[in-house]
Design a protein around this ligand. Structure first.
Ligand SMILES: Nc1ncnc2c1ncn2[C@@H]1O[C@H](COP(=O)(O)OP(=O)(O)OP(=O)(O)O)[C@@H](O)[C@H]1O
Ligand SMILES: [Mg+2]
Length: 212
């Protein structure tokens, strides 16, 4: 069991707190916010209907998502080009943690695409990184939820920027077809790419109105 009492979280999202693994500084541990699951279970109609936590617990969702066909049986090793590695679940004193590769640049934790875009805008470098990322999603048909800039971080490699998904893999559970059919997977990923761009433009134009 890993003790996180002495470890400061380095970031957090709406669902999880992120820590550097005290036993391995190259890995990130994500633990659900305290009481989150209990509150979600109480308030979720889905939970009552399905009776399982998989779609509420972001760590279980992630475990399932890393087990999707595109990642489990990849067409080639470039599947990892835009994904943080996933090492499974480990127990901590704050609950089960999802353990993933910590993305860094020269020892600093990588910044999110959102932070970059707010500071720099759509530079030629980031446009090119987004294009490579899009092509990768299309090639591998990786199923993601909506691709939001705060769920992507930027790795710098040999002078170029490489986008890495650190959260948001998986697909909406009520649309199972893309999991079983390449035809539907293509439609599904094209929709995610289109919405990724609409979210980026919405972020950059001051978040006015609805982004979808
Ligand atoms: N593997 C990683 N490497 C570097 N930074 C990371 C990594 N994983 C998470 N982060 C940072 O921690 C933040 C929160 O992590 P994450 O998105 O997994 O939490 P979450 O609670 O599931 O998010 P959401 O609010 O989108 O549900 C990210 O936005 C990112 O800044
Ligand atoms: Mg997130």
């Amino acid at each position: 069991m890993i003790n996180l009492n002495e470890v400061q979280s380095f970031a957090e999202g709406g669902n999880r707190k992120c820590y550097i693994n005290p036993n391995n500084p190259k890995r990130c541990l994500k633990v659900l916010h305290k009481d989150l699951l209990e509150n979600l279970q109480k308030n979720s109609a889905w939970y009552k209907r399905l009776g399982n936590n998989d779609d509420l617990d972001d760590n279980l969702r992630e475990r399932k998502a890393y087990n999707q066909k595109a990642i489990r049986s990849p067409i080639n090793s470039s599947i990892w080009d835009h994904l943080a590695m996933w090492y499974g679940m480990v127990e901590t004193n704050l609950g089960s943690a999802s353990e993933t590769e910590l993305i860094t640049n020269e020892g600093e934790i990588a910044e999110t695409l959102e932070t970059y875009l707010f500071r720099e805008g759509l530079t030629p470098e980031i446009k090119s990184a987004l294009k490579n990322f899009e092509n990768w999603v299309r090639t591998h048909l990786v199923l993601t939820k909506n691709i939001i800039p705060h769920n992507i971080v930027i790795k710098k490699e040999n002078g170029s920027l490489i986008l890495k998904i650190i959260d948001g893999l998986g697909s909406k559970s009520f649309i199972p077809l893309p999991k079983y059919s390449k035809f539907y997977a293509r439609i599904y990923v094209e929709r995610r790419i289109k919405l990724m761009w609409s979210r980026i433009h919405w972020d950059l134009s001051g978040r006015i109105g609805d982004w979808k």
